[in-house]
Write a protein that binds this ligand. Structure first.
Ligand code: AMP
Length: 396
């Protein structure tokens, strides 16, 4: 079966066409600068990448160019659109309405729209992508896969804030958590490796990328997670502060004469390891700068690992134990130094890193010694494949 996986941002559209029996990517690409000018980068597997600068006034135009590229005589991978069996859409926020993926219908679209307030930058873009695909591929079944859905199993004591209850009742202010597709995919794989898919289990998944979050997964279900009402909470990230005393918002606004929007921009886009180091949000640049003795880069890396270790420790306590830990995403899969720095805090759990085994990038591997009390793994995440699998499961 060919599943077209679509991930729409406000001015971008990432896609993959996945043949789900073999789980192979047939083609993938990205449309950028939608609504500004427009650029399509299309990579058919086994053929050269095609780059086209074409006017993309909206997402519908972008989807049309992608479908054209997929069926083109030269860059194409399918003869015509009838070879696309289903579409899987990534949707950022499903609020409390969606605890799992769904087949998209008119009613479902209305329910997603009701979550727009919770993710005003992301959900409307996701919905535009859905509308564009529905218009251009009328009879093709579509499935929505939510970033928040996996975390809907968190117990109330974990997802509530210490905020007056009426704010939860009236405005649904609570922890939602994000990266759910990745945490679900990686935790499932980790439980397979541990042979614990049908047994009680306690694992922690560290999704460390440009955005980062850590999730405690108990018996295969999300039990607690570090991102909150929005993806700003929790770990220190590329450009995001992570958890911070909320009183800082007013203090910066007063000192700088900023509006709330301007302060939120500082917290979301000018902070994290980028703002701390003044070097970059990319851990490869930070590593280079720290090796050259840049003290702020060294500090940013130390803070990143320290915060991650704090979350791991708190989740071991929350679950009263731990069977295994997995690192995933850009940093988690590739940065052996960050993994080593985090694991250096975990000796009290009997974790012993295998320095040679930890010298691994982008591959599934056990990175602790045979006598480590808790095994630690690297497991590559694959959100697109997870979306394709969910899509097949729902439409079959
Ligand atoms: P993601 O959001 O999962 O795509 O992760 C992107 C981030 O992963 C980049 O900003 C880098 O900080 C980090 N990253 C990617 N490759 C490497 C690498 N080889 N070594 C260290 N960090 C990396």
């Amino acid at each position: 079966m060919n599943v077209f996986v679509v991930n729409c941002g406000s001015s971008s559209l990432k896609y993959q066409l996945i043949e789900t029996d073999s789980e192979k990517v047939v083609a993938k690409g990205i449309c950028e600068r939608i609504g500004i000018d427009g650029k399509l980068k299309h990579k058919p597997t086994g053929k050269d990448e095609v780059v086209k600068e074409v006017a993309m006034p909206d997402h519908k135009a972008a989807v049309a160019y992608v479908l054209e590229a997929l069926t083109d005589e030269n860059s194409g991978v399918i003869a015509d659109l009838s070879e696309i069996d289903a579409v899987g859409h990534r949707i950022v926020h499903g609020g409390e309405k969606f605890a799992s993926s769904v087949v998209i219908t008119d009613d479902i679209i209305s329910a997603i729209e009701e979550c727009n307030d919770l993710a005003p930058l992301h959900n409307p873009a996701n919905l535009i992508g859905i509308a564009a695909c529905r218009e251009l591929m009328k009879d093709v079944p579509m499935v929505g896969v939510f970033d928040t859905a996996f975390h809907q199993t968190m117990p109330k004591k974990a997802f509530m804030y210490g905020l007056a209850y009426e704010y939860y009742e009236e405005y649904k202010i609570r922890k939602y958590g994000f990266h759910g597709t990745s945490h679900s995919f990686v935790s499932k794989r980790l439980l397979e490796i541990l042979n614990k898919t049908d047994e009680p289990s306690k694992v922690i998944i560290c999704h460390l990328g440009n955005g980062s979050s850590i999730t405690a997964v108990k018996d295969g279900k999300s039990f607690d997670t570090s991102m909150g009402f929005t993806p700003l909470d929790g770990l220190i990230m590329g450009t995001r502060t992570g958890s911070i005393d909320p009183a800082v918002v007013q203090y910066i606004a007063d000192k700088k004469g900023y509006t709330i929007d301007q302060v939120m921009n500082v917290l979301n886009k000018e902070s994290g390891v980028d703002g701390l180091s003044g070097v970059s949000s990319d851990f490869r640049d930070l590593d280079e700068a720290s090796m050259a003795g840049n003290e702020r880069a060294i500090l940013a890396l130390e803070m990143f690992a320290y915060r991650a270790a704090q979350y791991i420790g708190s989740y071991v306590a929350a679950m009263n134990g731990i069977d295994a830990i997995a690192f995933t995403a850009g940093i988690g899969e590739n940065d052996d130094k960050v993994r080593a720095a985090i694991c250096s805090y975990l000796g009290y759990l009997g974790i012993t890193l295998d320095v040679d085994a930890n010298n691994v990038r982008g591959k599934e591997a056990l990175i602790t010694t045979a006598d480590s009390k808790v095994p630690v793994y690297t497991i590559p995440t694959n959100e697109e494949l997870a979306i394709a699998r969910e899509t097949v499961a729902l439409i079959s």
